[in-house]
Design a protein around this ligand. Structure first.
Ligand code: 1HN
Length: 354
């Protein structure tokens, strides 16, 4: 063996030893992975996914037979995106979705946690939620806020079950190690305010003089469906969005900004006609069909939806809407855009953007 080839062997040997040693010491060469670490645009772990209400509804009602509210505390079927690890309780990398059912006479006891929550009521009329001492009666299509660290409990004093979509930022809060939780010492918190007082006071373009509320979340507890739908139907054609049709954001009336610090929410109506233009944004979103029928094309994958179907639109996925049939199609959605904007990570690409 020549000294040259010995040198080559020695250097190959020491190179393997070198890489073994850095691996053993829990290090890794950046130059081997930099392209995966920093792709040219977001490549989220979540993929587009759909849950059909027809398939999940019987399982949600079955949960009400299988487990008592005393045992469950919150009787919820979580909608877990199969592309994400189960233990993250995630529908996208930052957003959680679940379907909750509460039977007549049941109580979901008061507690609070750092994740923010939004609810979209699907079925049932007359159950209540109390948040920070204010009680509101729930009806289909109502959007109810439960901001970070606010005491909240639910009860059903009506004759039938109530079912709603829970939207939380649990995966985000867990990724940031920001989870705190506390039970209230009693089942219900004291109800100190007039029913629906925040909607009555702040939902009408008025504001109490000398008001010093925190501006990080909306003061409005319940955005009732009838008012939201009326607002949508009152939008002139000139303000329709090329990708989203008629679209309204649920806002904090004190700032004009999102209703929660980490999540925003929208109601939109797609009128019959050709598919609207595609766009994408670096926020991820979860859609729920409300009325009519439609399609949502996500990165070339076509999802046909009916009321209460849930569809995940991953970050940076091109998506476009269409109504199916002769009726307008109404969708509720929520996204992590406020988080992305707060961190200067929000980008959008579509008609009118460079
Ligand atoms: C929660 O408190 C509710 O209050 C719903 O209805 C879903 C999921 C995880 C943790 C807490 C509720 C939840 C939750």
């Amino acid at each position: 063996m020549s000294s040259a080839s010995q040198g080559a062997t020695a250097s190959a040997g020491s190179s393997k030893d070198y890489f073994d040693e850095i691996e053993a010491r829990h290090m890794r060469p950046l130059w081997q992975v930099i392209d995966d670490l920093m792709p040219l645009h977001p490549k989220p772990m979540e993929t587009a996914y759909q849950w059909k209400w027809k398939e999940i509804r019987p399982l949600v009602y079955k949960a009400a037979e299988m487990v008592s509210i005393e045992n469950a505390v919150r009787r919820v079927l979580m909608l877990l995106n199969p592309s994400l690890p189960k233990e993250r309780a995630a529908s996208t990398q930052t957003l959680y979705a679940g379907i909750q059912i509460l039977l007549p006479g049941e109580v979901a006891p008061a507690h609070r946690h750092t994740p923010n929550a939004l609810r979209f009521v699907m079925e049932g009329k007359g159950a209540f939620t109390t948040v920070s001492g204010e009680k509101t009666i729930l009806g289909p299509g109502d959007v109810v806020t439960t901001p970070t660290w606010t005491w909240h409990d639910h009860g059903n004093e009506s004759e039938g079950p109530v079912v709603w979509l829970d939207a939380l930022d649990i995966p985000l809060v867990n990724a940031l190690s920001g989870m705190f939780y506390e039970d209230y010492p009693q089942k219900h918190q004291p109800v100190s305010d007039i029913t629906n007082s925040s909607q009555r006071t702040y939902g009408r373009g008025l504001r109490p003089v000398g008001d010093h509320r925190s501006l990080t979340y909306s003061p409005i507890l319940n955005y009732p469906y009838s008012a939201s739908e009326d607002a949508l139907n009152g939008l002139p054609a000139s303000s329709h969005h090329p990708c989203d049709g008629r679209i309204l954001e649920y806002v904090n009336p004190l700032t004009g900004g999102p209703i929660l610090p980490t999540m925003d929410a929208y109601l939109q109506r797609i009128d019959p006609g050709p598919e609207l233009l595609p766009h994408r944004h670096s926020s991820s979103a979860i859609y729920m069909g409300v009325k009519g029928k439609g399609t949502l094309t996500v990165d070339g994958q076509l999802f046909s939806w009916e009321p209460y179907d849930v569809i995940v639109v991953p970050a940076w996925a091109k998506h476009s809407h269409r109504a199916i049939g002769n009726e307008p199609a109404v969708l509720f959605s929520y996204s992590n855009a406020p988080t992305m904007k707060a961190l200067a990570l929000y980008r959008e690409e579509g008609p009118g953007t460079a």
